[in-house]
Design a protein around this ligand. Structure first.
Ligand SMILES: NC(=O)C1=CN([C@@H]2O[C@H](COP(=O)(O)OP(=O)(O)OC[C@H]3O[C@@H](n4cnc5c(N)ncnc54)[C@H](O)[C@@H]3O)[C@@H](O)[C@H]2O)C=CC1
Ligand SMILES: O=C([O-])CC(=O)C(=O)O
Length: 443
């Protein structure tokens, strides 16, 4: 069993910084872009990517779709030197080529989130296989996506026995469809990452917790098969209510004897994406420069943006803090109401989900500089699950950015205490659901 996710060794202290200094001197991108998959000097590129990929210029194609080029220097500096890893795995020299062959399964792939998420994943240069599972309508999605000419990667052996990584412009990236419970296990064989957006979305007037009765069972059933078929995969749970579905997934994995708290994530990236968007707009900043950690959970007041920890360091009035916090907490409802019965956030969630998935893959691949907020098993507070900023690594969670919870403002501290009872009840509800479902029937 992996070490407890929040062992003291894994706790990072952020560097001491004055806000002004941080804002002026530090590039504050959320994430560095993925390093090139191979060094151009070291491996040959047979074709111009510009020729084949309409969306990005050749030089950009090998980097992330969701992040930018600057490194996340402040956070990186908070990692002890001994914890730093080299980038050696991310480049390859002749004779040492490898295939970047990460396999991802999307469960609920034909839905409002599943479809655009699958498209974004198919565009990602970091994965080779995409397995799409749903109880209905997957065939069409696979046929549709299969026509996008996003190339696969493969290792080729050149003259003189030199292996190089290359794009195979004839082979399309493998996209496979799986429909119905009988095909679920096949969709999960050999995958590195499982993303779960299966379940019903809200309608106006509903809370996320109102989805519990349907979605709890869906997540439970999917994770049971995942535990049997891909026990080592990372799992990203999108299905709501995330505050309960993640504890449900954890209990199922525990029952199956394969729970690794470092590998189970509730996807809260959309809260960060929204916080960054709203703050950048309010303060007239470049979007790319803004990073607001969002902690707690993923429903109403359990969503707590830490504006005092925003980068760059930004001055907010009390009124701005209150208005921005409430807007970020209610942003999901804002979309639900605007869609007026046609569902909840799908496109922004697909974007956020693809970003989080890409971060997971980059971490698996050895990128030493990957930080994300996520709702996970945690010891940062007295609650067993809590969203906070994490450093991701090859085995999932590598460390917690502990310092985010230090020196909170009075407003944030109060909001943190206020969210705890609701979050605790949602966690308890998830755990009790699994225990009830698996209790032997009274005779
Ligand atoms: N974590 C987050 O930040 C967010 C979470 N969500 C949640 O994501 C979930 C999905 O939302 P949408 O894609 O808009 O819903 P949707 O109804 O458009 O799609 C859901 C898909 O799940 C499939 N599905 C249902 N039961 C299944 C099962 N047992 N196995 C596999 N697939 C199954 C459906 O056939 C459908 O294709 C909802 O619970 C929603 O609340 C939505 C937005 C943000
Ligand atoms: O609000 C919803 O029901 C969907 C969701 O979680 C979000 O958009 O943050």
């Amino acid at each position: 069993m992996a070490a407890a996710a929040a062992s003291s060794k894994m706790i990072l202290q952020p560097p001491v910084r004055s806000g002004r200094e941080a804002s002026v001197r530090t590039p504050v991108a959320l994430f560095r872009s993925s390093p090139p998959l191979f060094s151009r000097n070291q491996a040959s590129i047979k074709h111009s990517t510009r020729q084949f990929v309409g969306l990005k210029a050749a030089g950009q194609y090998f980097s992330s779709n969701f992040s930018r080029g600057d490194s996340y220097k402040l956070l990186e500096a908070s990692v002890k030197t001994s914890q730093r890893k080299t980038l050696s795995k991310l480049t390859c020299s002749p004779g040492q080529a490898r295939i970047v062959a990460y396999k991802v399964a999307v469960l609920g792939a034909a839905g409002g989130i599943g479809q655009p998420l699958s498209l974004l994943l198919k565009m990602s240069p970091l994965l080779s296989n995409l397995n799409l599972y749903d109880i209905a309508n997957v065939k069409g999605v696979v046929a549709d996506l299969g026509h996008c000419n996003t190339p696969a990667q493969k290792e080729t052996t050149q003259a003189k026995g030199k292996a190089v990584l290359d794009w195979d412009f004839l082979l399309n990236k493998a996209v496979s469809g799986f429909t119905g419970p009988a095909e679920l296990a096949d969709s999960l064989k050999g995958v590195d990452l499982i993303i779960i957006p299966a379940g019903v979305p809200r309608k106006p007037g509903m809370t996320r917790d109102d989805l519990f009765n349907i979605n709890a069972g869906i997540v439970k059933d999917l994770v049971e098969v995942a535990a049997d078929t891909a026990p080592n995969a990372l799992i990203n749970v999108i299905s709501n209510p995330v505050n309960s579905t993640v504890p449900i997934a954890a209990e199922i994995l525990k029952q199956k004897g394969v729970y690794n708290p470092r590998k189970l994530f509730g996807v809260t990236t959309l809260d960060v994406v929204r916080a960054n968007t709203f703050v950048a707009k309010q303060k007239n900043l470049r979007l790319i420069d803004v990073d607001v950690p969002v902690i707690g959970g993923h429903a109403g007041i359990t969503i707590l943006p830490l504006l005092s920890k925003a980068r760059p360091a930004i001055e907010f009035s009390t009124q701005e803090i209150e208005e921005l916090t409430v807007r970020i907490q209610n942003a999901g409802t804002e979309v639900v109401e605007a869609k007026a019965g046609a569902g909840s956030a799908t496109l922004s969630m697909a974007y956020a989900g693809a970003r989080f998935a890409e971060s997971c893959i980059r971490a698996l691949d050895g990128d030493p500089d990957v930080y994300e907020c996520s709702y996970v098993q945690s010891e940062l507070t007295e609650l067993p699950f809590f969203a906070s900023r994490l450093k991701l690594g090859k085995e999932g969670i590598e460390a917690f950015v502990h310092g985010d919870l230090n020196n909170l403002t009075e407003y944030e501290q109060k909001a943190l205490e206020a969210l705890k009872p609701e979050l605790k009840a949602s966690i308890q509800k998830g755990i009790e659901f699994v225990n009830r479902e698996s209790a032997p029937l009274a005779v």
